[in-house]
Design a protein around this ligand. Sequence first.
Ligand SMILES: Nc1ncnc2c1ncn2[C@@H]1O[C@H](COP(=O)(O)OP(=O)(O)OP(=O)(O)O)[C@@H](O)[C@H]1O
Ligand SMILES: [Mg+2]
Length: 411
Amino acid sequence: MQELSQPPTLSFENPFRPGAGHRPPFLAGRDEEISSICKLFEQSVVVQNVLLTGLRGVGKTVLLDSLKPRAQRMGWLWTSSDMSEVTSLTENNMVTRILTDISIVTSGYIISEEVHSTLGFLGKQHTIKKTLDYDFLKMIFDETSGLCTDKLKRVIEITCLILKSYGDNARRGIIFAYDEAQNMSDHPQQGQYPLSILLEVFQSLQKKEIPVLLILAGLPTLFPKLVDTRTYAERMFRITTLGHLSTEASREAIVKPIESENCPIKFTDETINTIIDITGGYPYFIQYICKEVFDIWISQPADNIPTIPVSDLLCKLDTDFFQGRWLLATDRQRDLLSVIAELEACDDEFTVQEVSTKSKELLQKGFNPSHISQMLSSLSAAGLVYRNRKGKYSLAVPLMSQFIKRQKAVQ
Ligand SMILES: Nc1ncnc2c1ncn2[C@@H]1O[C@H](COP(=O)(O)OP(=O)(O)OP(=O)(O)O)[C@@H](O)[C@H]1O
Ligand SMILES: [Mg+2]
């Protein structure tokens, strides 16, 4: 299937990068998303923040990373981290996260005497603090009275004032970019509300026209979680949902990385179409399959023109990617997932009632709706399905339905 363009050389490194957050050799098909997000970076008063969402492996992290240099060129300071469960375990942890993230980009800024006097710091012990580092931020936090949100707001407000004092060299403001944001939660039983604090602080600062912008990236469970936490979150964020790449973009993702003259392989149209077909245009799968195909080809004798071993590749993909997730489900949950995989809308969204009706068609002993709801909520906790705001469900892993059907075929 692949055409030999010149004798294979081992010097051309396999360019494909299947992985979590690994920058692809060519970021395909995201120009529209990038430019619509960059428009939000132009807001003189920030009224909308960014929410980047999509299933596993669609390219949220690499898109987020690609925004950083653009934002910096537009005059923003950019600070980012992954939101772990630990970060949002307590309000204190969230505060430490935010103060640390600010200090990473501000610690080189000097606090002038003029600013000290404007802020009423002169004569106080912390006038010795000359830079906008973590200790200074923490000191302001500790010395401000009120609730945790008041303290954080004050720290960020002062930070932005100091940045502004740089006049012509001032930065526009600070962008806080948080990946894996679906991990954040409030914990009412423990009296801890870290997610509420984050939303409240940004909403309130933006109302006061303080130049901070929040970008949250995460799985589709993220948006419902934000809105459940604070109803105004619905209006705070512009949502960008990433899906599979279009056929044209998939083609670019496959072809561009091997366009170089030194690359010993070229893919024919037939090969490209087969890869698009197997991968459904999902970025992670494109990187994965292309990497495998490249390796297989490069290890062939020069006079042999290999074909794509589709079933072997799918088998490897199943073992490497899907199997681990499948093992999280019990036998009964797998029966339910097999029923879901037979629904016409399995790759889109489905209702409990639809699953129940299908189960009665397919199984001797079907599932009743309340049992299905219960099981879907455990599958949701295991990261295999998710419930959207309309109360409908979707499979949380791309191409999972095809994997489930393959499993059944080998039983
Ligand atoms: N637009 C794209 N073109 C080509 N490859 C891409 C594109 N976007 C992402 N990829 C590749 O897809 C894989 C997954 O990307 P990434 O880790 O950013 O996904 P994600 O949505 O953050 O996944 P997760 O939900 O697991 O965090 C990576 O190997 C990356 O190189
Ligand atoms: Mg990611």
